[in-house]
Design a protein around this ligand. Sequence first.
Ligand SMILES: Nc1nc2c(ncn2[C@@H]2O[C@H](COP(=O)(O)OP(=O)(O)OP(=O)(O)O)[C@@H](O)[C@H]2O)c(=O)[nH]1
Length: 426
Amino acid sequence: MQQHVLILENGEGNLELIAKLVRRAGLTPVGATSLTEGKARFSQKDAPETFLCAIVAYSLPDARKGEAIDFTVKSFIPTIATTESLDSAIRDKVLERDVVDYIPKENSQNYDYLNRLIGRLEKNKSTGVIVVSTNRVLRTKTVSLLQRHNFIAFECLTATDAMQCLSEHNNVRLVITDNTLPDMTGTHFVSSLRKAFSKEQLAIMGVAGGKGMLMSAHFIKSGANDFLRVPYCHEEFLCRVMQNVEYIESVEEIRRVANTDYLTGLPNRRHFFYMVTVQHQKLLENHALALIDLDFFKSINDTHGHDAGDIVLKAIAALIEFYFPDEIISRFGGEEFCIYMPSITLENACKRLEDFRKVVEAEVIQLPKTDIKVTCSIGVSGTHTQRVDKLLSLADKQLYAAKHDGRNQVKCEAPGASYQEQASLL
Ligand SMILES: Nc1nc2c(ncn2[C@@H]2O[C@H](COP(=O)(O)OP(=O)(O)OP(=O)(O)O)[C@@H](O)[C@H]2O)c(=O)[nH]1
């Protein structure tokens, strides 16, 4: 919804540079080089809500002392102020206004920070941060800074409340905790949090006042990712928060990429095994595993080209996702997919897979130059075993039989066959 960013910058050069960053973030810049022009451009838009934020120079030709910042703040647009240099007098004037942040445009790294900040403002809307402190002033100030950056901020007075809040909200990426809590010390709280969440799953930032130098080391040794002494500087606080949240997100992204098949977006083979073994530590008696393999896929590649083959694989993956939304699915590699159904009779599994085979057979897949249809062969095993690899090799045997008997069919192992009987056939 909020696709626009209002940019009020000094000169066309600065305006274009920042507009480029905004476009790179997938947003639409609405730019002006004076306050008068900016007001006119703003009034052409429907409402402040259509603006994700405004990036506004402290000094413009017709607004030399921050009047443009006052305008955007009063218009309820989250405002990022820019200044020509790091001047402490101007910094104070900027920060006394209710801005999201301010960026001195003195070097390229500051533009990099601005770039990250624009991206964060959108992402932060779904990112939770818990602030734990009995100090109302500290809590209120911290929450207000977080909200300026669009974070979802939760206030907690005790470690127990914070634990409860964490269990209720799976969007929390950072916990900021004071050291003096009614039910335990902050450092104890950190070490107990670490039993449930690793440093890569949840960032923790300790905050404490006083002059003692040991508190930061104490927090970090207890498992905190970071520490900040109060009263803290506005900019340092926001930089640290951003850095900690970005760290958690980078690890999440690396994990996501490592677990996902790049072409279809389905979980890959390695992640499939992880999900089956972790989510179903004890495999139930009634369960089934199916291997789905496209028929004559090589000839699709040979006839229509490799890109067309990719389109077919993506189409089949989308069908699997649609028809098996609650099962564990995976692209195993090449033109082979796997489905694990943790709680189903073999008979019902085979019925569902036969229905799916018919869906694939009927599906018309659009390629750039023509439409094609494909078929698939499916092997299913429902043997009661705790070993996924055994289940897989039994399903593979059925798949081999389906291919051998003419393809485009589902083969299920004999109902009630024991694992030993099936294994002896291998
Ligand atoms: N387009 C595309 N092709 C792939 C991909 N991965 C594997 N392939 C191709 O999939 C084809 C698999 O061929 P085969 O193993 O001979 O199987 P088939 O032609 O489907 O024959 P049957 O399984 O016996 O019905 C090979 O040509 C691979 O190059 C991929 O990611 N994209």
